[in-house]
Design a protein around this ligand. Structure first.
Ligand SMILES: NC(=O)c1ccc[n+]([C@@H]2O[C@H](COP(=O)([O-])OP(=O)(O)OC[C@H]3O[C@@H](n4cnc5c(N)ncnc54)[C@H](O)[C@@H]3O)[C@@H](O)[C@H]2O)c1
Length: 343
């Protein structure tokens, strides 16, 4: 089978740390283009990974010899670029959060259906080995019915990660639409739905800017979530965690506690009410900290979907459901009410 020809749009940090290197080692891929509104950023990637550099994303979307694109731009550009690429007959792997509104997300999903092309969203947390192991444990029923949970994704902020630093788009509401809540919270929204195997139906939240002195987006979000089965828990997303990061999820069941990414030696720990403890070495969570980047599995899953013709598991619909939780949390914070999640 011939290789799929890929263009990467947005040549900043997520492109350089994950998309480009993971495409580069995939034997079924030929990287043919990088685009960035700052041409030197695309040229940098071309020097390292091959292909041709473009200054406008529209040029890459219009290329006949591109089968699939990665959308690695600021959040507000996800929907317009994704829809244009799908309409041009490309498969799309779009970064998270997939869009800035329910309507945009729906338009992306409809564009994929109309074009008969795949749309996948870069929700990598559910592919991490420790989360895969944790889901197996939950499905085994060993901790019984889930009663409560808490999940956090918190670090010091994207100013040390983004190629644009503290003056960049991450802190600009027009381009980011949301701060830590959308950047990190959407990862855990996706993870929780997938781990628990049920939907979040109602939320209540505080979404604030408590520390950053620049930009106009939130840096701290603390949310209460209720699921279909009646379990309740918290989701914390912040750019105000110093030092290091918190990427842990803890699930409390009738018969025991499942700790994920919460122990410094073991990826997953189970403490059973019977007194028995189980420890699983599953490797680290991918993180933005130096040396923390490992293969995410996202690019492999996308390429495999395209080459096999099998729809990706982390579809546009899945992305829209994670986004719906974030949108409900934002509405709750604004209206100071409990808000039902509208899927
Ligand atoms: N899955 C993950 O774990 C993860 C981690 C980090 C970032 N992300 C997501 O990836 C996306 C990009 O984030 P990043 O960290 O790479 O940001 P970044 O600031 O490092 O890079 C963004 C790049 O997009 C380029 N860009 C801006 N406008 C453009 C346009 N009109 N056309 C072409 N390029 C344009 C910028 O010049 C910049 O090079 C965001 O949606 C972010 O939420 C996902």
């Amino acid at each position: 089978m011939s290789k799929i020809r890929v263009g990467v749009i947005g040549s900043g940090s997520i492109c350089r740390h994950r998309h480009a290197p993971e495409y580069a080692v995939n034997k079924d891929v030929e990287i043919v283009a990088f685009a960035d509104r700052v041409p030197e950023r695309a040229e940098f990637c071309v020097k390292k990974y091959g292909g041709k550099a473009y200054g406008k994303w529209e040029e890459v979307v219009g290329l006949k010899d591109v089968d699939a694109v990665s959308v690695c731009t600021p959040n507000a550009l996800h929907a317009p670029i994704t829809i244009a690429a799908l309409e041009a007959g490309k498969h799309v792997l779009c970064e998270k959060p997939m869009a800035t509104s329910h309507d945009e997300a729906t338009a992306m999903i409809q564009a994929a259906q109309k074009a008969g092309k795949f749309l996948m969203i870069g929700h990598n947390q559910r592919l991490a080995p420790l989360h895969v192991k944790a889901k197996q444990i939950l499905q085994s029923g060993i901790i019984g019915r889930v009663i409560t949970f808490r999940t956090s994704f918190s670090h010091g902020g994207p100013e040390g990660w983004s190629i644009e630093g503290a003056s960049g788009w991450f802190f600009d509401k027009k381009m980011a639409f949301v701060g830590a809540m959308g950047d990190l919270g959407v990862h855990k929204a996706d993870l929780l739905r997938w781990l628990l195997g049920e939907e979040v139906v109602e939320v209540s939240s505080f979404v604030d800017r408590l520390e950053k002195t620049f930009g106009d987006v939130d840096d701290t979000a603390v949310c209460l979530l209720r699921t279909q089965s009646g379990a309740v828990g918290t989701l914390t997303a912040s750019w105000t965690h110093h030092p290091g990061e918190d990427n842990a999820t803890i699930v409390y069941g009738e018969k025991g506690i499942l700790r994920i990414g919460a122990d410094k030696n073991y990826g997953v720990v189970v403490n059973l009410a019977s007194g028995e403890n189980q420890y699983f070495e599953t490797g680290r969570m991918q993180s933005n900290e130096a040396g923390g980047q490992t293969e995410t599995g996202v690019i492999r899953a996308f390429v495999s979907a395209v080459t096999s013709g099998t729809p990706p598991e982390i579809s546009g619909e899945e992305g829209r459901r994670a986004l719906a939780i974030i949108l409900a949390c934002l509405e709750s914070a604004e209206t100071k009410t409990h808000v039902p999640v509208r899927y």
